[in-house]
Write a protein that binds this ligand. Structure first.
Ligand code: CP
Length: 334
């Protein structure tokens, strides 16, 4: 394999970096150096995207299947775009168009895809742990594109990249994650990524939307020991460098978690008043899709502090870096 594959500044994902990493299921098992490698290679991928001909042969001869059992716009399209720019063959399978509709199990669907020589399967599924299950039983590489309330590692990586690209570093930045922590896979993967990269993380949510094992805070030897938890938004955002609003996950919540959306929005919605308490150059982030007027006001979502569209743009280059790392750790282009 040509280690640069048409991308002069790429760093090879070999040696200690990504060695033996067949799957990307969450960021819990990433070292800070591995995260930094993906972020550095994202910059190299941005250069490819800025060319007039956006195509390099890095993954020529590789096949990637995206298998989505939940709706998605950003993640599915950006993995497809990322794979195609790297010259992989990309095939998309959605829940409604697969034999899952005829009762086939996820395992048998994935086994069928593997039998057609898929090198990488990018999977989104409503059940937490589904990608881990597939990784245990299949020989294709599995990339988790969001499983239930568990993890969304590529989203966290693009969030880290967006923060780094604005501030130059992530260490010691105050990052406030606001909203539905209980059901948010984005919050969980960001907790791993941000704490590994040295950010000061604050979680802010109603008491009913925080995992019960988080509510008392984390003990000294816990990986999240540095994370603070509060139910008071004004206190949380004071001096914040980043405010990350989360979508209320209506599809996962049972009844009775919130008295009303109006009350939630009054207490936890990001608005002009919230911004006044944060740092003057605060970044407003949201993984999307947004419930404008609920967790974030329209004027803030589309205002000068918002980097929400930038997150989406960065998602393509981050996923290129991730696909490249997984493919090169597992033999590169054929
Ligand atoms: N952030 C995110 O996962 O968005 P999609 O559901 O559109 O992929």
């Amino acid at each position: 394999m040509n280690p640069h594959a048409g991308i002069p500044s790429i760093k090879p994902a070999t040696g200690d970096m990504f060695s033996g990493r067949k799957h990307v299921l969450d960021l819990d098992d990433f070292t800070p150096d591995e995260i930094q490698l993906v972020l550095d290679n994202t910059l190299a991928m941005q250069e490819v995207i800025s060319r007039s001909v956006r195509k390099v042969p890095a993954l020529r001869g590789r096949s990637i299947v995206t298998l989505f059992h939940e709706p998605s716009t950003r993640t599915r399209v950006s993995f497809e775009q990322a794979g195609k720019i790297l010259s992989a063959d990309v095939i998309n399978i959605s829940d409604s168009a697969s034999s899952a509709k005829k009762g086939e199990s996820l395992y048998n669907t994935a086994l069928t895809i593997q039998a057609m020589q898929a090198d990488i399967i990018v999977v989104r599924h409503p059940h937490s742990g589904s990608p881990n299950f597939l990784a245990r039983h299949l020989s294709s590489s599995i990339i988790n594109a969001g499983d239930g309330s568990h993890a969304h590692p590529s989203q966290a990586l693009l969030d880290l990249y967006t923060i780094q690209s604005h501030f130059g570093n992530i260490k010691n930045r105050k990052v406030v994650i606001v909203g539905d922590i209980l059901y948010s896979r984005v919050a969980r993967s960001n907790l791993w990524g941000l704490t590994k990269m040295g950010a000061k993380v604050v979680l802010c949510s109603p008491p009913t939307l925080i995992p019960p094992d988080f509510i008392k805070g984390f003990p000294k030897n816990h990986p999240f020991a540095s994370v603070s938890i509060t139910h008071n938004l004004s206190e949380a955002v004071e001096g914040a460098d980043v405010i990350m609003a989360l979508r209320l996950q209506a599809e996962r919540q049972g009844r009775g978690r919130l008295p009303s959306l109006r009350e939630y929005s009054n207490l936890y919605g990001i608005n002009a008043k919230t911004l006044k308490l944060a740092n003057k150059d605060v970044l407003i982030m949201h993984p999307g899709p947004m419930n404008e007027g609920v967790e974030i006001d329209t004027e803030i979502a589309h205002g000068p502090h918002s980097v929400i569209q930038e997150q989406v743009t960065n998602g393509v280059a981050v996923r290129m870096a991730l696909l490249y790392a997984v493919a090169s750790a597992n033999g590169g282009n054929k």
